[in-house]
Design a protein around this ligand. Structure first.
Ligand SMILES: [Zn+2]
Length: 132
């Protein structure tokens, strides 16, 4: 049995892909609405969902803009291109090299759980227990 090889993509790229797919889903839903034009209420419902989906993507795009201003600009040690980092661990936007801001996590298997508050809490608890 081989372990599944996970490819991590940069968070900003991930959110961007999500926003883009929302636009396409919205257009697709509206297209289904056109197909259902014989049933006005159904067409109307599809259109509303489609418009909401497109609007959502706009919101997500704005959110990326906000996140980007908070992201840390670094030069990737692997490909030597500038990239942006969000959170404690992230992947390079160009070469998908896992990156970390935390010295404790250096050399460790890349895992998105390092970003979650729950994991950090557990880690702190573990450390406190070790000290006792
Ligand atoms: Zn890189």
């Amino acid at each position: 049995m081989s372990e599944p090889k996970l490819v991590y993509s940069s968070k900003i790229n991930k959110i961007r892909t999500f926003a883009l797919s929302l636009v396409f889903i919205g257009i697709l839903i509206m297209y289904v609405g056109i197909l259902a034009k014989k049933i006005p209420w159904l067409m109307f419902t599809f259109f509303i969902i489609g418009v909401i989906s497109v609007l959502m993507s706009t919101v997500v795009y704005l959110w990326i803009g906000l996140l980007s201003t908070r992201a840390i600009h670094i030069i990737c040690p692997n490909c030597e291109k500038p990239t942006k980092m969000l959170g404690r661990v992230d992947a390079c936007m160009n070469c998908k090299q896992p990156l970390t801001m935390d010295k404790d996590l250096e050399g460790k298997e890349f895992d998105e759980k390092y970003n979650s508050a729950k994991y950090r809490k557990e880690l702190k608890k573990d450390q406190e227990q070790n000290e006792q």
